[in-house]
Design a protein. Structure first.
Length: 215
């Protein structure tokens, strides 16, 4: 397929509506966040989720992350949510923190690679929030690049990596942080940090008052 880049500054309404229409019809889109560009589909469309793995040449053992526009949607995806989640959300979200929680059974196994957990991400990016709000459903996403290739921090980099693999890339300019989000699991204690980004281990420990393991 031919990949089209739409500049969100020049065509904001067109970019948002085209992105939502593509998500509704089972296609993947590339969108900006504050960290790196994301590649996402309707989280509840199992066929579309499988396509993400094919587009990226991604190992099926690596789960995707649920991208949301609002913390109020978390209870639809996760259960046994600890109080610490809401404390961290008040401090850091929207922002560059992915928090792993126990998933609800309704979440397709394709999203979580068969695991009983799901990563929750609420990006601090206006373009993403508008897409997510209008779409009204969680977006299963990962970084917009071929596996083992550097993450994309611009639409041009995403295009180089995913040309002719996705129908549309929304150009929101270079990302602000240029580094992937911190990934923290709150499934069991001691809590585990799978990836450290702008939000550091010490910052999380200061908020929780608990020691975390950096894996």
């Amino acid at each position: 397929m031919e990949t089209v880049i739409i500049n969100a500054s020049e065509q904001p309404i067109e970019a948002i509506y085209q992105a939502v229409n593509l998500l509704k019809t089972g296609f993947a889109i590339v969108f900006p966040t504050e960290t790196v560009y994301g590649l996402g589909v309707n989280l509840f469309d199992e066929k579309a989720v499988r396509c993400i793995y094919e587009i990226k040449s991604r190992n099926f053992t690596k789960p995707l992350t649920a991208h949301l526009c609002d913390i109020g949607l978390v209870s639809e995806l996760a259960e046994n949510i600890p109080d610490e989640f809401y404390h961290l959300a008040d401090k850091f979200l929207p922002g560059p923190l992915t928090i792993i929680l126990e998933k609800k059974k309704a979440i397709p196994d394709e999203v979580t690679s068969g695991l009983n957990t799901i990563g929750i991400r609420i990006p601090d990016n206006e373009i993403f929030r508008k897409i997510s709000t209008l779409f009204g459903r969680p977006i299963a996403a990962t970084s917009a690049n071929i596996s083992k290739i550097a993450d994309s921090i611009s639409a041009e980099q995403a295009y180089t990596s995913l040309k002719d693999k996705v129908p549309m890339i929304i150009d929101g300019g270079e990302t602000v942080l240029k580094i992937s989000s911190t990934v923290l699991s709150l499934v069991r204690k001691p809590y585990e940090i799978f990836r450290e980004g702008i939000i550091t281990k010490s910052m999380i420990e200061n908020e929780l008052g608990n020691h975390c393991i950096l894996l």
